[in-house]
Design a protein around this ligand. Structure first.
Ligand code: NDP
Length: 265
């Protein structure tokens, strides 16, 4: 088994994802939307995968395309907790675009409960989306990548995989993300001859997800982040393009932490 080795190229060329096709779960909102935008700006054709009926994902895909010089971008509705459904969606994307090179398993949810009060459904719902759903997405991708002999999987994990946010109330979320980081390492080894698998672990990113947390927690968290602010989702675009491109060709099983220094003290 040998990790794929690209030709030595000019560094800006190595960072390009032009001509590649990327699928991004949770790709129409928050971090995933900016990842979709970043990959399109860097030249990739993008399939954004969403699950909600609350907005017009086709219009979002059209605006990404318009902002990125008309690069192809299309929206696909699929629930990551449906293993057959997400695998079929990835196959549909491969058929529509002709190939599939990059899959970002980014969809995720959070909820806040005292650990002693979790119902089995509340606990397993977090696991179903954040861990099982990410695995089903990666598995669907790997079946295509194995056939092609190349591919790239990026999981959105979290600093919650590494430490416990205080105040707590996120036991299930923390456990799901810690498991995801170890899953990525396992898959990176097992699938090394046909794809790379890496995690990006953001700190506090201003999205709808952060908006659901109790407001009084924000001030406490600002004081615990050396950077003293939350991050805007667009500030993550470069990291995802790096992981998706040949610029990171020797990186697999890694967990890239982007947190304004939050996990350092
Ligand atoms: P948002 O709440 O803005 O977005 C969550 C995304 O996940 C949505 O696009 C949603 O799709 C999608 N999603 C949820 N459940 C499913 C499902 N069953 N099937 C398909 N898609 C689903 O949150 P963020 O953008 O902040 O979160 C994105 C990822 O980043 C998550 O994995 C999260 O855990 C992680 N993260 C976020 C941090 C933050 O501070 N915001 C910090 C660290 C990690 P739809 O739009 O269709 O509802």
């Amino acid at each position: 088994m040998v990790l794929a080795k690209p030709e030595n190229q000019h560094v800006l060329q190595a960072f390009s994802v032009a001509g590649k096709v990327a699928a991004v779960t949770g790709g129409a909102r928050g971090i995933g939307l900016e990842v979709s935008r970043g990959l399109a700006e860097a030249g990739a054709e993008v399939a954004l995968i969403y699950s909600s009926s609350a907005y017009d994902a086709d219009a979002i895909a059209a605006s990404i395309s318009a902002d990125a010089n008309g690069v192809k971008c299309r929206a696909y509705r699929s629930d990551v907790t449906d293993a057959n459904g997400i695998a079929a969606t990835l196959q549909e994307i491969e058929r529509d675009f002709g190939h599939l090179d990059i899959v970002v398993a980014n969809a995720g949810i959070v909820s806040y409960h005292n650990a002693e009060d979790y119902t089995p459904d509340q606990f397993s719902e977090i696991m179903r989306v954040n861990l099982d759903g990410a695995f089903y997405t990666a598995q669907g991708a790997a079946r295509i990548f194995k056939k092609q002999g190349r591919g790239n999987i990026i999981f959105t994990a979290s600093v919650s995989a590494t430490l416990v946010n205080v105040p707590q109330k996120q036991a299930a979320y923390n456990a799901s993300k810690a498991a995801l980081v170890h899953l990525a390492k396992s898959l990176a080894v097992e699938w090394v001859d046909f794809c790379r698998v890496n995690c990006i672990s953001p700190g506090f990113i201003s999205t709808d997800m952060i908006a659901t947390q109790p407001a009084e927690w924000n001030q406490k968290w600002y004081s615990m982040i050396p950077g003293n602010r939350f991050c805007d989702a667009y500030e993550l675009k470069g990291a995802y393009v790096f992981c998706a491109s040949d610029a990171s060709s020797y990186m697999t099983g890694a967990n890239l932490i982007i947190d304004g220094g939050y996990t350092l003290p």
